[in-house]
Design a binder for this molecule. Structure first.
Ligand code: 3NM
Ligand code: MG
Length: 514
């Protein structure tokens, strides 16, 4: 079994500690996991005596050899040699790769832990067969991990390997389980490179049913997540998106999708009225426990971080998981994300805890999102007061590519991107800035459109922005509008009017797009 043809898709790292293994028998667990479909096994044991390590490795090897699954030993080249297994995995503080290669020979499978671009590039250059990239998410299994790099950090490492021309195999590790495996594989994938698999400890070793845990993970790995779209299929131009918008709004007005808003105290009423005006069915529920029922109704979810608390955040995470599980569209409004440590932490938890189809915010909020995963932003200094349009475009596009979603940065010129296509929209009116909740209700509007347009998320976002901002322009132009107070009802009326026009097949309103 050569390192090149080895299947890395489901990589099991063993753990013999009672906290994870419980009272199960170690070799039986590995046997079940192999039966369930793990494709490669690493024996990791930081405490046993050398003689025991060799004995257990040999027992594992009986099981893995019979199944054609490679067995590697963590750290201990001597144990790998003594047991005659297929290779080793070395961490950054273990025996160096060159020496391990000399001792084990060219056919051995040698993997290296990589936490950064530099570590990955060096290991790939020195002939590692695969890299274990992590730590993706904080995990109780391994304390004192160097740094949590998230899906964004993994993607960044993959991109730099691809740019340097390395075709080294890759898996990621740290906090991966059935609840996030599909998302991790999806969000780490870039047009340049994708992971060859995921590595898990507790998701299998701590399970009472290791065979079922492994086969469940294999099924998840083999399929894209429910919220996946193929960006390469979505190639409509800006003009196409604009001309299609009225028919999308018509579809929304016809189907009246559920618009589930977990939004802040200030805007609940305005957002609900706007959802009604555009033709959606609002429900303002902050109870995460009812989100699974609501997610099954075919609508979409807005998570708005304004007036959030730790308790509300837990509800947000529950709801996000419920919508992700069925592919229900989700939109994040990271209100005031950079303002306090609580909100920065909340943002990290949300981005680490699930997938958002759209992230919408103002310049400061999107900059906080861009910097939230510990990824260095080239050319963006957080001390700078204002970004140029070019910098905003690069930030929005890069963040969308990183998250594999749609990112919208609002402003007098809105910048919206799906990581491939990036468009500017200059509609809207300054009176929107004079009323509270206008940004939040734009989130409600876009999410409502997403409920009826799931394939092209950028199309949904553009249709929502245009409807919203063109209605604002129409309202502001009205003679009865004298200021913010009269603007609000006029704005709701104009949203309603655009809905009615669209429903009647009248699409000329979108010609006001700028
Ligand atoms: N190595 P679980 S994280 C063994 O970051 C190991 O290099 C890591 O355990 C790294 O799947 C980790 O239970 C533990 O989260 C992963
Ligand atoms: Mg190690």
């Amino acid at each position: 079994m050569s390192a090149k043809e080895c299947d890395y898709s489901l990589y099991l790292v063993t753990d013999s500690t009672p906290a994870i293994l419980g009272d199960k028998d170690l070799v039986s667990v590995v046997k079940s996991a192999v039966e369930g479909g793990v494709t490669i096994v690493q024996y990791r044991d930081k405490t046993s005596e050398t003689a025991d390590l060799v004995r257990i490795a040999k027992e594992f090897h009986e099981v893995t050899k019979a199944a054609g699954v490679p067995l590697l030993i963590n750290d201990r080249v001597d144990v790998a040699l003594a047991a005659g297994v297929e290779g080793v995995h070395v961490g950054q503080d273990d025996l160096d790769l060159e020496t391990a290669r000399k001792l084990l020979g060219p056919d051995a499978i040698i993997g290296v832990t990589a936490n950064s671009e530099d570590e990955a590039l060096k290991a790939a250059k020195n002939g590692a067969d695969y890299l274990g990239i992590g730590t993706v998410f904080a995990t109780p299994t391994k304390e004192n991990t160097k740094s949590i790099i998230g899906t964004a950090g993994v993607q960044q490492i993959l991109n730099s390997l691809a740019s340097a021309g390395h075709d080294v195999k890759t898996v990621c590790i740290g906090g991966i389980n059935a609840s996030n495996a599909q998302r991790v594989l999806y969000q780490t994938t870039s047009p340049k490179k994708k992971l060859d698999g995921i590595a898990v400890v507790s998701a299998i070793m701590a399970s009472s049913y290791p065979a079922a845990a492994a086969s469940d993970l294999q099924k998840l790995i083999a399929n894209p997540p429910p919220f996946a779209t193929s960006i390469s299929k979505n190639t409509l131009s800006r003009e196409d998106l604009i001309s299609k918008s009225p028919s999308i709004i018509k579809r929304m007005a016809t189907t009246q999708p559920l618009s589930h808003n977990m939004t802040n105290l200030v805007v609940q009423n305005l957002a609900a009225n706007i959802a009604l005006a555009i033709g959606a069915s609002p429900i303002m529920s902050n109870n995460g426990l009812e989100a699974a029922d609501l997610a099954s109704l075919g609508g979409s979810l807005v998570i708005n971080m304004g007036t959030t608390t730790p308790e509300i955040r837990e509800n947000h995470l529950k709801a996000l998981a419920a919508y992700n599980a069925v592919g229900g569209p989700t939109l994040l409004d990271p209100v005031g994300a950079g303002a306090t440590e609580q909100r920065r932490e909340g943002l990290r938890r949300l981005l680490g805890g699930g997938y958002f189809d759209v992230i919408k915010g103002n310049e400061g909020e999107i900059r906080t999102v861009a910097g939230s995963q510990g990824v260095r932003q080239r050319g963006v200094d957080s001390g700078a007061s204002q970004l140029s349009l070019e910098e905003r475009i690069e930030l929005v596009k890069g963040t969308a590519a990183r998250e594999r979603n749609v990112v919208l940065m609002t402003g007098s010129t809105d910048v919206v991107s799906d990581g491939e296509r990036t468009f500017l929209i200059s509609n809207g009116h300054e009176l929107l800035g004079e009323i509270t909740g206008s940004g939040c209700a734009l989130g409600t509007t876009i999410a409502s459109v997403m409920a009826v347009e799931r394939e092209d998320k950028l199309l949904a976002a553009v249709a929502g922005i245009l409807m919203y901002e063109i209605a604002a322009e129409r309202a502001a132009e009205r003679e009865d509008v004298k200021g913010p107070g009269t603007f609000v009802p006029a704005f709701i009326d104009e949203l309603y009017r655009i809905r009615k026009e669209s429903l009647g097949g009248e699409g000329s309103w979108a010609e006001a797009a700028r």
